[in-house]
Design a protein around this ligand. Structure first.
Ligand code: AMP
Length: 423
């Protein structure tokens, strides 16, 4: 079959790499892709948010199946348009994608279907929000309701910070329309983990858990980023914990979403806080995590294309997911300056050498290729991913590969995996 993957990050490179191995895949396209993806798929210069361009390409080329990587086109309704045209797609439709697009909508689902999460209230008026803060005290969490590029969450240590957060989001419109409404939450304590499940509308199959590293620098210091590294499995999510997450969080969500007229298909990504009282939901995302997807695809033994198709066609109950026993770990290399301003166009050398190491894959994000040379054209640029018997072995291999990459304008964290590895 002809498969089209939408997106251009390390996540989409890992998905393309895994899909290309499937005997079901005859032709693989990626829009727009990147220089690494260009080596496993035919890249087409159509932006991920150019829905008309994508629909035109699908029609002209007789694409049989579309896998959507990022949340933007999902929220914009790409899957709705593909399904209306009779083309199966992996990912939720626009109504179901709202569980990422509105934090308040997810919190209301949790309240109605008794899904454990932080206590909360929603406000569209700043005075009422401040009164709630005055009554509940601090620490407390203030969130813009809508998509705010990961920046709309403010953890407040005292009441004055919380009042300022309300002003920032509502009066100063720091996140535009996304902040027209706020969600105020109890501050939860515990260890965070990302948990992923494949869902076909009725059935959910757990994928593995992973842990990412949001802060830019070692020791979880510095500004938040899209993610500087990840590993899987995450020791905090034991088998018993995974079962609780499925029973208490994922399955009630799937049932609830269907009852609310938003049946969920695709990958459901639960941001969890593992608290003393058990797992609690922080938020949902409606796509694979980037970089969590990269180690996950390396650990997956089953045919990913079969699984993604089964999600789209409501046949997940016929499937079981098999994993390799090894752990996998991904170190993100970014351009100096990221997540702030950075320069593009620096040359990256040594990739072939690093790529040849056993059990190492270099998934590309912001790269371009000209005259056989790779250049950096984005913030997050490379995802150096390695497998090993343990997270520690995978970590050692990944950093060995990083050491072979000659890119003075790039940087990475030196401590990815610290929670799982110890001293
Ligand atoms: P979100 O975008 O909702 O995932 O929030 C971003 C980050 O803020 C999370 O990864 C947590 O580290 C933190 N966070 C969000 N909500 C809470 C909460 N209720 N209690 C403690 N930390 C939180």
């Amino acid at each position: 079959m002809k498969v089209l993957v939408i997106g251009s990050g390390g996540r989409e490179h890992a998905l393309c790499w895994a899909i290309a191995k499937s005997p079901l895949c005859d032709e693989l396209y990626c829009a727009p892709g990147n220089a690494g993806i260009d080596h496993v798929a035919i890249t087409v210069p159509i932006a991920a948010n150019d829905l008309d361009g994508i629909m035109g390409f699908v029609n002209i080329n007789g694409v049989d199946f579309v896998v959507v990587g990022p949340e933007g086109p999902l929220v914009e309704g790409l899957v709705d348009r593909l399904e209306a045209a009779g083309v199966p797609a992996f990912g939720p439709n626009a109504r179901a994608a709202e569980y990422e697009g509105s934090k308040g909508l997810t919190k209301d689902l949790c309240a109605k279907y008794l899904i454990p999460t932080a206590e909360y209230a929603r406000f569209d008026e700043p005075d009422a929000a401040k009164e709630y803060i005055r009554v509940h005290g601090a620490p407390i969490v203030v969130k813009a309701d809508g998509l705010a590029a990961g920046k709309g969450v403010i953890l407040c240590r005292n009441v004055n910070e919380a009042y300022a957060a309300i002003d920032h989001i509502m009066a100063e419109s720091a996140f535009g329309e996304a902040g027209a409404e706020v969600v105020i939450e109890e501050m939860m304590a515990g260890e965070e983990a990302s948990f992923f499940a494949l869902v076909d509308g009725k059935t959910a199959l757990p994928l593995v858990a992973a842990q990412d590293h949001k802060a830019a620098f070692d020791g979880d210091e510095g500004p938040n980023t899209g993610g500087m590294g990840a590993y899987s499995p995450a020791p905090v999510v034991t088998d018993e914990m995974a079962e609780r997450v499925m029973d208490e969080i994922i399955n009630p969500t799937i049932r609830g979403a269907a009852e609310e007229g938003r049946p969920y298909k695709g990958v459901l990504y639960a941001g969890l806080m593992i608290t003393e009282d058990g797992p609690k939901l922080i938020e949902y995302n409606v796509r694979f995590g980037d970089p969590e997807c990269q180690p996950m695809m390396m650990r997956l033994k089953s045919d990913v294309l079969e699984l993604l198709l089964a999600c789209a066609e409501g046949r997940l109950d016929e499937h079981k997911i098999e994993w390799r026993d090894e752990a996998a770990l991904c170190v993100v290399m970014a351009t100096e300056g990221y997540p702030g301003a950075y320069e593009v166009g620096s040359e990256i050398r040594g990739l072939e050498k690093a790529d040849k190491l056993k059990d190492v894959m270099i998934f590309h994000a912001g790269t371009d290729e000209g005259d056989g040379n790779f250049v950096a054209v984005g913030g997050r640029v490379l995802n150096v991913t390695a497998m090993g018997k343990t997270v520690k072995v995978a970590q050692k291999r990944a950093y060995e590969a990083v050491g072979l990459i000659d890119w003075p304008e790039g940087f990475c964290r030196g401590d990815i995996g610290w929670r799982a590895v110890g001293d």
